[in-house]
Design a protein around this ligand. Sequence first.
Ligand SMILES: Cc1ncc(COP(=O)(O)O)c(C=O)c1O
Length: 384
Amino acid sequence: MPLIALSDDELRAGCGLKWGRAPAGVIPADVAELDFAVAPRIRAVLSAAVERSGFGYPDYTGGAPVRLAEVFAGRTLRLAGWAPDPGRVEVCAQVAQALCCAVLAFTRPGDEVLVHSPTYPPFLEAIRSLGRRPLLLPVGEVAGEGWAEVESAARLRLIVLCQPHNPTGHVFDRVALERLAGLAVRRDAVVFADEIHAEIVYPDSEFLSIASVRNVAERTIVFTSAAKSFNIAGLRCAVGHFGSDDLHARFRMLPWHLRSGAGALGIAATITAWEACDDWLDQLREQLAKNRTRLTEFMAHFTQVRYTQPAATYLSWMDLGATPFGSDAHHLLAKAAKISLQPGSVFGASLEGFVRFNFGTSEARLDSLLERFGRALEACGGKG
Ligand SMILES: Cc1ncc(COP(=O)(O)O)c(C=O)c1O
């Protein structure tokens, strides 16, 4: 199954958010979508469903969602080394929806929810809009001030772990996971792990699920989906596993229509992605590894850019605060370089100088993005 890079015209004609909202002449590298055609086997399954008008309700009592739970369990055992129980699996429309449900099911208004900073924006939104309080821990921190604050929190009920982490591409190691696990046990908190980026981890790092860490599995909920690595976010299908019957039962007390919603096409596409598209995924990983190297080498020329090579994901996080762009990096780059990056400000307070750069694109387009970036930086006096 070949990896096909789409042209600008094809991307603009599609209905993705990334290219759909980019003004003419601007190359978008913001929204977490890939610039590649979806794997041919997934497209074939979707075309076949269209041909037979397969748009009815999915049968949640014995049909595709049950099969999806089994496929998820088998894949997780094979690739991540722990064994989900298919009987404790839930299928939702989105991982972010599942997080909202977890906040409702396992916390009360005024409770504290631990998230790492910078924070994937829907997490912050979910926690705040539901009247809970985010407790921010700098990503990668396993001791120090942030930890002291977390340890002394009076109403910590839920720990949200984005592993691998968006936007930094950080992968938490065993020490960090055990630290979080210990905290969860001491405070009797539930862990919600969003592992949506776990399929894109570079060979120099190792992904470990917190569900496989001793003592914490029974209080852990893991959610994932094929949306990011197979580029099918618009199909809306997410899968989650509950570490105990009690956790599962508490989640299931929420109304079904609040915690479900995956449609037949999303379910069919996810099953195909996880069962039949590993060769396509390998090609994607190879391309992304090349892109990551290219990006790292390029950023090394700019001493004012603070950039750490991501260990996972096709997202990279960089601090441009010390460049002449200063805290207005995102706007200035859009204006001067005609490239659109995700502004750091949406990931938390005081992050205006940061941007998130999506390098999930063709080599040629990545070259154009970097050339524009470099030219704009040099034009305003940045140090090469
Ligand atoms: C960490 C993380 N979780 C969730 C999502 C979105 O997934 P969903 O639409 O299933 O909520 C993204 C998308 O970029 C993400 O990066």
